[in-house]
Design a protein around this ligand. Structure first.
Ligand SMILES: [Zn+2]
Length: 304
């Protein structure tokens, strides 16, 4: 993907190494009750299919769905300190970071335009880099989590070593694979702005485990579709092989592929992100339509 003519986004922070230590876990403590209630799910995934944590799957969903509760107590820890630690000349200073900063800038252009078409204003997300450990409005960030979106501070968090891991260990190579991951997280931001995220969280409070997982899958597939929409809106920047890189990455992080990779038999009721086939299908759908309205994964029969 050609983005080198774009100025990097200004909505980027760099916590550097040990961001978590610096902020002393202030953000994390407040939501302990919620953290604990999600712990069994998180642990189950961690032990069952460790690779999911590498790519950020379970942790991301965990952060995502527990974030609303953390907003009350955890807000001050992340937001305030983050602004202090930011430095315009620190973020985006490696080639990998620069690319991520340009992807973010591109998503800002695209979603501003799409929101404008609906008579709305787009409020961009913030991208925070950290090294090994960091601090978010949803608690501590660990490299093993992979990228995630924190609704409490509306931020995307990315460990700087993640893309190398993705390429070497997940078999998801290529710059577009990286762009897709960032665009997917921005997709969660769109869901936060649109209110879908709140609706799903509310519905999950009374849903069974299986139903809750089903809703989570639809959330993830919608974020994939939104990533595809972003790509379609920038198709003049796409290069040969980009579509394949994206689809390959979507395949690599499908629940069934991850479970098989961990030596498990895929069980659909345990899926939280969708199968490889579903993830590829929704990314492709966004890429083909370029229209967020086509990303209604919650429609009856949309996800089978
Ligand atoms: Zn996601």
């Amino acid at each position: 993907m050609r983005l080198d003519d774009l100025d990097p986004s200004k909505n980027v922070r760099d916590q550097g190494r040990g961001g978590g230590r610096r902020f002393g876990g202030g953000g994390g403590g407040g939501g302990l009750g919620l953290l604990l209630s999600f712990l069994p799910m998180l642990l189950g995934r961690k032990m069952g299919c460790g690779t999911i944590l590498l790519i950020g799957g379970a942790a991301l969903a965990f952060m995502y769905f527990s974030g609303g509760g953390l907003q009350l107590a955890g807000g001050s820890g992340g937001g305030g300190s983050q602004a202090q630690s930011s430095g315009a000349n620190v973020a985006c200073d490696t080639a990998e970071e620069m690319f991520a900063c340009q992807v973010l800038a591109s998503t800002e252009q695209t979603w501003s335009k799409l929101f404008q078409q609906q008579g709305q204003r787009y409020t961009p997300t913030t991208l925070t880099f950290y090294d090994q450990s960091g601090q978010s409005g949803c608690g501590a960030a660990q490299a093993a989590m992979g990228p995630f979106y924190c609704p409490a501070d509306q931020g995307v968090y990315l460990d700087t070593s993640f893309f190398r891991e993705m390429s070497t260990r997940m078999g998801a190579k290529g710059d577009f694979a990286q762009a897709y991951v960032i665009a997917h997280e921005v997709g969660h931001h769109i869901q936060n702005l649109s209110g879908v995220a709140d609706q799903v969280r509310n519905a999950q409070r009374t849903a069974s485990k299986t139903e809750g997982n089903g809703l989570q899958v639809r959330m993830e597939l919608q974020a994939d579709c939104y990533a595809g929409v972003w790509a379609a809106q920038n198709d003049s920047r796409m290069e040969a092989g980009d579509v394949e890189e994206g689809l390959n990455a979507a395949h690599a992080i499908g629940d069934d592929t991850l479970m098989r990779g961990a030596g498990q038999r895929p069980v659909e009721s345990m899926f939280t992100h969708g199968s490889s086939e579903q993830r590829m299908a929704w990314l492709r759908k966004g890429m083909q339509t370029g229209d967020p309205a086509s990303c209604d994964t919650f429609a009856r029969g949309a996800v089978r």
